[in-house]
Design a protein around this ligand. Structure first.
Ligand SMILES: Cc1cc2nc3c(=O)[nH]c(=O)nc-3n(C[C@H](O)[C@H](O)[C@H](O)COP(=O)(O)OP(=O)(O)OC[C@H]3O[C@@H](n4cnc5c(N)ncnc54)[C@H](O)[C@@H]3O)c2cc1C
Length: 429
């Protein structure tokens, strides 16, 4: 029989926010928590670009939810895609059925924003999910094979050109990694191709790389990438993609079959929430306790949420992992306080700083009080990206993969493995 005193918490999205909320609630059996996600695994977005460039395996940065919930009496996993919420009935709809809740927590994150550029949306390679990074890996390796077979210089140049739209941390990190791949690996493996120089273009509409970071970090990123042979094009936006060419706002064109999109994000749509609760960038407006404005018992966290009550962040928190992690933990503690009849605490984000890796042995770091760069920043970056990974085995595997790859400059993951459906396999497609 259903125990009415146990509160049903439905958490949609098992990213940083969702997983930290669930973990913090795990010891309190006054709650039964159901985590809903499209995938059956949690993954670590900051290292997607290393999967996309065949540097590490996807399993290094992913972890199955059901393994995480082993031996947890009050945790359930439900695989499904949220299709709508119904706050009046206190239910959600998914592609796999309806779920009822006492508290609903929405942490579905964001999706790429193509700013209405339809041709770009169709052609570009985004980097938001494990599938995106594997598609990019396959596309990169397939394009290299085509470049080997190209019959003219123009065709080969087009196939070798890579355009990265967006000079934020992800754009910078992938540009650096691709440049290293060209220098250290491609020259050895594609003897048919004379030169890999001058084929990576990093385009940003702003005046500097790493927009939200310090001037030290911005200058270092520009210096290192330029030295690696990356063409950095600032103050110009990608406007279109036509006939295998990226069209720039200044009229310039870059022939390419590989446009990587790291240019912006927009909140995922959540049908059923009132229009008044949706703000800029399609983020869900929440109060200081992360409760959705005008929708009681429904909360939003992480990238999807917009909280303007934190005095230091009147325009909302930055869309960063630490905001989601701290937000998930804070909401779990508030739900416990609520159940105990205690006063809730407003969520305040504590900035621990930000980092970006630019190339092998070089990174930049902005801590709240000072910035630094170079080898030391790179070592710290490695540690900081291992610690939050879920699962001890994943931490060890990643550390080992990095050690092997950085020493040899030659990971062996450059495999074109496409996922075929059972039907395709049977029909031999
Ligand atoms: C390539 C990349 C690099 C990044 N690098 C950094 C970095 O170096 N440092 C940093 O601080 N931040 C970085 N970020 C940002 C950071 O990853 C996000 O701020 C953080 O992941 C937000 O956490 P979240 O829980 O809100 O959302 P997410 O981590 O995006 O999780 C959303 C979850 O919701 C699930 N989901 C989505 N839609 C549905 C649906 N309809 N139904 C059910 N489930 C759904 C997804 O499968 C996913 O598990 C990076 C992001 C990307 C994409």
């Amino acid at each position: 029989m259903e125990n009415k005193s146990v509160k049903r918490v439905v958490v949609v999205g098992g990213g940083f926010a969702g997983i930290n909320l669930v973990k913090t609630l795990s010891k309190d059996e006054r709650f039964i928590v159901t985590l809903v996600d499209i995938n059956n695994y949690h993954f670590f977005p900051p290292l997607l670009y290393q999967v996309a460039t065949a540097f590490i395996e996807p399993s290094n940065i992913s972890y199955p939810f059901r393994r995480l919930f082993q031996k947890k009496k009050n945790q359930r996993f439900f695989m499904g895609t949220l299709t709508s919420v119904n706050p009046a009935a206190k239910t959600i709809e998914t592609d796999n059925g309806t779920l009822g809740y006492d508290y609903l927590v929405l942490c579905v994150g964001t999706e790429p924003n193509y700013f209405g550029l339809e041709n770009v949306r169709r052609a570009a390679l985004p980097m938001k999910t494990i599938n995106d990074s594997l598609s990019m890996r396959n596309h990169l390796l397939m394009t290299m094979e085509k470049a080997v077979r190209a019959t003219s210089k123009d065709e080969r140049d087009r196939l070798l050109n890579i355009v990265i739209a967006g000079g934020g941390p992800t754009g910078v990190e992938i540009a650096g990694m691709l440049a290293e791949l060209g220098r250290n690996v491609a020259v050895k493996e594609y003897p048919e191709i004379e030169s890999f120089q001058a084929h990576i273009h990093l385009v940003d509409s702003g005046g500097e790389l790493l927009g939200p970071m310090s001037t030290t970090a911005q200058k270092e990123a520009l210096r290192v990438l330029t030295r690696l042979g990356v063409h950095v094009r600032l103050n110009v936006a990608v406007k279109d993609y036509v006939d295998h060419e990226v069209v720039l706002a200044d009229g310039g064109r870059i022939p390419t079959d590989m446009l990587i999109w790291t240019s912006g994000v927009i909140g995922r749509e959540i049908p059923g929430l009132p229009k008044e609760s949706i703000g800029r960038g399609r983020r869900v407006l929440v109060d200081q306790f992360s409760e959705v404005n005008a929708v009681p018992d429904v909360f939003a966290l992480g990238d999807i949420a917009m909280q303007t009550a934190d005095v230091k962040y009147p325009n909302g928190h930055p869309q960063l992992a630490q905001v989601a992690i701290q937000g998930g933990q804070a909401l779990a503690k508030n739900l416990i306080r609520r159940e105990s009849g205690r006063e809730q605490k407003p969520f305040r984000y504590h900035d621990k700083g930000s980092m970006a890796i630019i190339s092998k042995f070089k990174a930049v770091a902005d801590l709240p009080k000072f910035s630094f760069k170079g080898f030391f920043a790179w070592v710290i970056w490695l540690f900081i990206h291992i610690i939050p990974l879920i699962g001890f085995r994943n931490k060890v595997k990643l550390a080992f993969s990095w050690l092997a790859s950085f020493i040899t400059n030659d990971p062996t993951l450059r495999l074109i493995i496409g996922v075929r459906t059972t039907k395709e396999n049977k029909e031999g497609l």
